[in-house]
Ligand binder design. Structure first.
Ligand code: AMP
Length: 249
């Protein structure tokens, strides 16, 4: 069984994003970039399914600039077998990503696509759901447990009220939540080995997909600064202040 894992190159989660002075977006110049954390979880899950014998091949795919090769090499160093880069310098919105992934699915015929629940740069939380809709496949989003058996995936989902378990006929789409697993670090020997694993480079035009944006960003602003807090001396003083504010009667 083949697994497809889309991985996005995003601003590293430890970096505090800065808004560009002209308000057109986030400044990415000289900023550390890494694999989207939810996609690391997706790669890890694919590797665990392969280690259990439930899958045979893992293909990682990324849509992004030439530097997204580094993200794919990280996936290969963790344990993916081969990679596809769909290279573009344009910003690609979730619908265009989903359309490109639909084409990759048609070419690769995976039985399961494991995506992150969201990319931490745009926080869209859309691509997996859109891909499921385009393919007409079942989807198990926000997964905290995935089991494959008898041509079906049993997925435990993190929902507002607790956990929900769904059974999906394969082929299907899964999106990962934080508690699904703890991704491994790539070891040095595996990083070296990953350099010789196959990485194919394509373009959106190769797939005949129009990636022109449907959204226009009007302005990007920093969130309003929080006002400094005050330290109260006693519990009575605190209650007094809360009463003045109308928080308590
Ligand atoms: P989003 O809908 O943008 O929040 O992204 C959800 C998931 O879709 C990510 O965690 C990735 O698995 C996948 N994805 C989104 N954009 C890309 C991209 N440019 N390349 C590869 N995978 C992507």
């Amino acid at each position: 069984m083949k697994l497809l894992v889309p991985v996005k190159r995003v601003i590293d989660y430890n970096v505090k994003p800065r808004v560009k002075a002209d308000g057109t977006g986030v400044d990415l110049a000289n900023v550390k970039m890494s694999m989207n954390p939810f996609d690391e979880i997706a790669v890890e899950e694919a590797i665990r399914l392969k280690e259990k014998g439930a899958a045979t091949e893992i293909v990682a795919v990324s849509i992004g600039p030439a530097k997204a090769q580094e993200t794919l090499r990280t996936a290969l160093a963790m344990g993916a077998d081969r990679a596809i880069l769909i290279q573009t310098d344009a910003e690609v919105e979730p619908l265009a990503v989903a359309k490109l992934l639909q084409k990759v699915v048609a070419e690769e015929n995976p039985e399961l696509v494991i995506l992150g629940k969201q990319a931490i740069d745009d926080d869209s939380n859309q691509t997996g759901q859109m891909l499921a809709a385009l393919l007409g496949w079942g989807q198990g989003t926000f997964a905290s447990k995935v089991e494959l058996a008898d041509g079906a995936a049993t997925v435990t989902r993190e929902v507002d009220g607790g956990l929900e378990t769904v059974k999906l006929n394969l082929p299907a789409i899964v999106t990962t939540d934080l508690r699904l697993n703890e991704p491994r670090y790539a070891s040095l020997p595996n990083i070296m080995k990953a350099k010789s694993k196959p990485l194919a480079t394509k373009t959106p035009e190769d797939y005949g997909i129009d990636i022109a944006p449907r959204l226009q960003t009007l302005k990007v602003e920093e969130p309003a600064k929080r006002q400094a807090g005050v330290k109260v001396g006693t519990v009575d003083e605190l209650i007094g202040k809360l009463k003045t504010l109308g928080v308590v009667a």
